[in-house]
Design a protein around this ligand. Structure first.
Ligand code: SAM
Length: 458
């Protein structure tokens, strides 16, 4: 097999990165933009020892699950890889991805229920982060997502997975920035004023917080004028902030922000609680689907425990702790981002909650310290780590701290499988793994795993 060779293949399944899998003489070939059941002619684009990559050159017989994507940019934009597959089948694929990943990485064979669908499959995405650039000659502002596997900006004027108001705000910024002489960022040369536009949208209030990420250490007139003009143009923009990011880095936001006008947060409602989302703090991008997860965990805890003590680790603004506070005796929350902990403090006051103890610390360090100094144990622990999952040391401390159940909320099946394998090697038993669709039309899938740790030798 060589680069450029063409083959006719059938797509057997999708990989955990959403690529079609075919086999040629026993070699696995990952095919872009393919659906299970497709019969296609492919061209090899890369050949490694154990696998190859390919693109489709002709669809001979399309899978019955192929549909016309509702976004005209789907083929060029890298964001919604699965939008050409009908939604029910996307969920079926995600179920298979979870099952295969748990098996191959964790050695876990457990019945995986059908994923719980997102209540909305369009306009669901409430955090928008567009990189900003500009055209070479006319210097017009470009704003959009990166093209698949590149840092070339696709200038997106309409994105059906985000609320319409976000398109309107970004279209306005394109025009106004150009008019005011605010330049777009050039990543290679590390020059230009505006690097990113971030919008935090609230489903509950329809209000928007706009963050202009600038390649500077402090504010300057042109961007302040831009911020003020956005605020006066849109009644549903409740605030505009600048975020200062002069570093040569892929990181979008720094911790250094300044409010220019209005408020530096939007309010969101989850179950019957009020939340505040700030410039930099984590909040679920699909609040309606997230609400299903919070309700699921709440119902589980209500049915299994009476007034438990709860540990909420990797807590963000303590979303789990807050929605569970009234079914718990006490909640202890741990989060490393200071802004999120400050917001959590305000949220406890706002929601009149007085049984949450907040800690601004790294989870591993906090667990170690708590074990040494407090000698307390929690009936149940909810952990919701970032994509890289938890370290073995963290899991070990967690086992020592938890009496009954760990509820592991994960946005990455691969690290979930690895961490579950470790917990099982220590005697923990997996009770449930329930997938949820938070990121419709992408290969991403969220899971809630309930783990029984009563019999672990601690
Ligand atoms: C997936 S988010 C979950 C947030 C929250 N549970 C929610 O649903 O809104 C992960 C959170 O973990 C925090 N985090 C990442 N690494 C951490 C660590 N080592 N210790 C404590 N918090 C951490 C991040 O700042 C982020 O807020």
């Amino acid at each position: 097999m060589n680069i450029g060779d063409e083959y006719k293949v059938s797509i057997e399944k999708l990989s955990n990165l959403g690529l079609g899998i075919a086999r040629i003489d026993g070699i696995v070939v990952f095919v872009e933009n393919a659906c299970v059941g497709d019969e296609v002619k492919i061209k090899i684009t890369q050949k490694k020892k154990a696998f190859a990559n390919a693109i489709i050159v002709d669809i001979i017989n399309p899978s019955q699950h192929r549909i016309e994507p509702f976004c005209p940019m789907q083929k060029v934009c890298g964001a919604c890889q699965l939008q050409f597959i009908d939604y029910d089948y996307q969920l079926q694929i995600k179920r298979e991805i979870v099952k295969d990943t748990l098996h191959s990485i964790g050695g876990i064979d457990i019945d995986i229920p059908f994923p719980i669908a997102s209540p909305e499959i369009k306009e669901y995405r409430c955090k928008v982060q567009y990189p900003i650039g500009q055209t070479k000659v006319s210097k017009k502002i470009l704003a959009g997502y990166y093209k698949q596997k590149s840092h070339e900006i696709v200038n997106i004027k309409y994105c059906p997975i985000q609320p319409r108001i976000c398109d309107d705000i970004i279209n306005f910024i394109r025009e106004k920035a150009f008019e005011l002489g605010v330049s777009g960022y050039n990543e290679k040369k590390h020059i230009g004023d505006l690097r990113h536009v971030v919008i935090r949208h609230s489903k509950a209030t329809n209000k928007n917080l706009v963050v202009l990420v600038v390649n500077a250490k402090k504010s300057f007139k042109k961007v302040e004028d831009l911020a003020n003009s956005i605020y006066s143009q849109f009644k549903d923009v409740c605030g505009v902030c600048l975020n200062f990011n002069p570093q040569k880095t892929n990181l979008i936001l720094t911790e250094n922000s300044q409010l220019i006008i209005g408020k530096d947060f939007v309010k969101e409602r989850i179950l019957d609680k009020t939340f505040r989302i700030g410039t930099n703090s984590f909040f679920q991008v699909n609040p309606k689907s997230a609400e299903n997860i919070f309700a699921y965990v709440r119902n589980y805890i209500k049915s299994e425990f009476e007034n438990p003590t709860l540990l909420d680790a990797y807590a963000g603004v303590t979303t789990f702790g807050i929605v569970l506070s009234d079914v718990c005796k006490k909640v202890v929350s741990v989060e490393e981002c200071k802004e999120a902990v400050n917001i959590a403090e305000d949220l406890c006051k706002l929601n009149e909650i007085d049984n949450i103890e907040l800690h601004n610390m790294d989870s591993e360090k906090f667990f170690e310290k708590d074990l040494k100094t407090k000698k307390r144990k929690f009936d149940v622990a909810v952990i919701d780590p970032p994509r890289k999952g938890a370290t073995e040391k963290t899991l070990e401390y967690l086992l020592a701290l938890t009496k009954n159940k760990i509820i592991y909320v994960s946005c990455n099946p691969a690290t979930l499988a690895r961490d579950l394998k470790y917990l099982m090697s220590r005697g923990a038993k997996i009770e449930i793994i329930q997938p949820f669709d938070m990121f419709c039309h992408t290969y991403h899938v969220e899971n809630v795993a309930v783990i029984d740790v009563k019999d672990v030798n601690k």
